[in-house]
Design a protein around this ligand. Structure first.
Ligand code: UTP
Length: 492
């Protein structure tokens, strides 16, 4: 069954009694506790919201994921993944970078590639009021995450002479505000006809102690978006896949809304995905070497599943601790392939999965602070510790379903500076520092001197305009003769 909590709407609206009986059969009738106090509009909205839920599936879900913590089967036959190294001439696995780049560029010139951004998350760790993509990730330019990506796509269009459609997954919680932001900013100079927004499904959020579905307000069930893995069903259901086929799009360059350094359209990666001998062209991934065994990123590994050796992502919490520390003779981690949530997806692969009645990605459980209505007092509560369970699906769980899936190593400073948290690791501050490091690296490669502090870090704040370049060589001519002074704040 695909996206059960989204497709559950049945013909005709049920009334109070029918809905109450349905809920009572599964022990969730408290959701209608405040119904008599609501006005007509609120009543209709609440009944409609409940009707869209797959109420009958709740008991099994609560038993498996809320009362118990369904364990994902431990990985068997765990081996490091055989990734394409960043340095294409590396003796580990030499490969012809220029050849794959040219394949990827041909795909872009033929208009066979679209960008696909997942932006339906709640961004609760950042605590930003509004869609996370509106957050200003440009320390100097003050440009938003959305603008970074929009300009990157514009650059690729100029370079390859073909429109690049941009599919954007939102959730019902941020759909309207995301679209409004794009309109206010004139879609960053892109043709709005090539930007396609679609909404993901929602799942009910549960009370950690009782397994009851929480009420967010007297007239609203507490729900959360169903995870980036919900995108596969949502792409199909929304008509986005049909739209891709009409446009002749064969591959999607997938990225998340929080990483302004992502290469929105990387020809080398696209070419590897589409034509490497060990790729099925179904789903490919980028990785970076982990900093240390404890870094909290999923790890690509080769595992045995259903009698087949496949590539999989193992969550850091599920990775056997002893193996995570294993090192090679050169001291590097044996399982070092950290996921940066950058993929290429084949449109026909997505279509195959979404149309398969038996296809379902597993749920992952997260304990979170979920605001709720106290059923006794009727008051709203903003919990200070985790009181709720949210379930989500993850897109990377589709990787083991591929016939063959490649992983490409990339460089952290070039491509990965996510903004997840308000402070500290993976924050706006660390992102700005990495942006400066990357710009410094590019400038120095092009012969420009960058002032440094006593500790060796750049003594300036630098940012690259995504319209000007996606890699160092793109800005070479532009920066000839450039002088950077200590304390400068500049967009290159
Ligand atoms: P995160 O795992 O960082 O989750 O999402 P989040 O919801 O944005 O943030 P927190 O955990 O509440 O702080 C990674 C990417 O997946 C998207 C996010 O928008 C982000 O681009 N995502 C996540 C969705 O599109 N839908 C979801 O249901 C969850």
């Amino acid at each position: 069954m695909v996206a059960p909590f989204w497709t559950g709407r049945r013909g005709g609206m049920a009334g109070f009694q029918e809905t109450h009986d349905r809920l009572k059969r599964v022990g969730q009738e408290h959701l209608l506790k405040f119904f008599p106090t609501l006005d007509e509009k609120q009543k209709t909205a609440l009944l409609a919201q409940i009707e869209a839920l797959d109420v009958e599936a709740l008991p099994a879900m609560v038993e498996r994921y809320v009362r118990n913590r369904a364990k994902h089967s431990p990985p068997s036959g765990l081996e490091p993944v055989d990734a394409y190294p960043h340095d294409a001439k590396s003796s580990k696995k030499p490969w012809d970078k220029a050849k794959y780049k040219s394949v990827g560029e041909d795909l872009l010139r033929a208009g066979k590639v679209a960008a696909f951004m997942v932006a339906g998350g709640q961004g609760s760790r950042l605590g930003y009021d509004g869609p996370k993509g509106c957050f200003r990730a440009g320390e100097v330019s003050r440009r938003s995450l959305f603008e970074f990506f929009g300009l990157g796509i514009r650059r690729a269009q100029q370079q390859y002479g073909k429109p690049v459609p941009w599919y954007i997954m939102t959730s019902p919680q941020n759909h309207a505000s995301t679209q409004a932001y794009f309109s206010e900013h004139r879609s960053f100079g892109l043709d709005p006809a090539n930007i396609l927004f679609f909404q993901q499904g929602m799942l009910p959020s549960f009370d950690l102690a009782t397994g009851k579905v929480l009420l967010a307000r007297h007239d609203e069930v507490a729900t959360n978006p169903d995870g980036h893995g919900g995108s596969i069903a949502a792409l199909e259901k929304s008509g986005a896949i049909a739209d891709m086929k009409r446009r002749g799009v064969e591959h999607l360059s997938y990225f998340q809304v929080d990483n302004p350094l992502v290469r929105t359209l990387d020809p080398v990666f696209l070419g590897l995905h589409a034509s490497a001998p060990d790729s099925s062209g179904e789903m490919s991934s980028k990785m970076i070497p982990k900093f240390n065994p404890d870094e909290k990123v999923g790890v690509f590994a080769s595992v045995m599943k259903n009698g087949r050796r496949v590539v999989d992502v193992i969550e850091y919490s599920d990775f056997p601790a002893a193996l995570a520390k294993d090192t090679l003779p050169d001291g590097s981690l044996r399982f070092n392939a950290g996921s940066i949530a950058v993929h290429v997806l084949g449109v026909s692969f997505l279509e195959k999965l979404a149309s398969d009645k038996n296809f379902e990605l597993p749920f992952h459980r997260a304990e979170k602070k979920v605001p709720f209505v106290d059923l006794e007092t009727g008051e709203h509560v903003a919990p200070t510790s985790n009181n709720g369970v949210k379930l989500e699906k993850f897109i990377f769980d589709a990787i083991p379903l591929c016939r063959g899936s490649i992983v490409l190593e990339t460089d952290r400073i070039e491509e990965f500076a996510p903004i997840k948290n308000a402070t500290g690791v993976d924050s706006a501050e660390s992102c700005a520092q990495i942006q400066t490091l990357r710009a410094t690296r590019w400038l120095e490669a092009d012969g420009v001197k960058v002032p440094r502090k006593a500790d060796g870090t750049p003594d300036c704040v630098l940012e690259i305009d995504p319209l000007h370049g996606a890699e160092s060589s793109d800005i070479r001519e532009r920066v000839q003769g450039l002088v950077i002074h200590a304390g400068d704040r500049r967009v290159i």
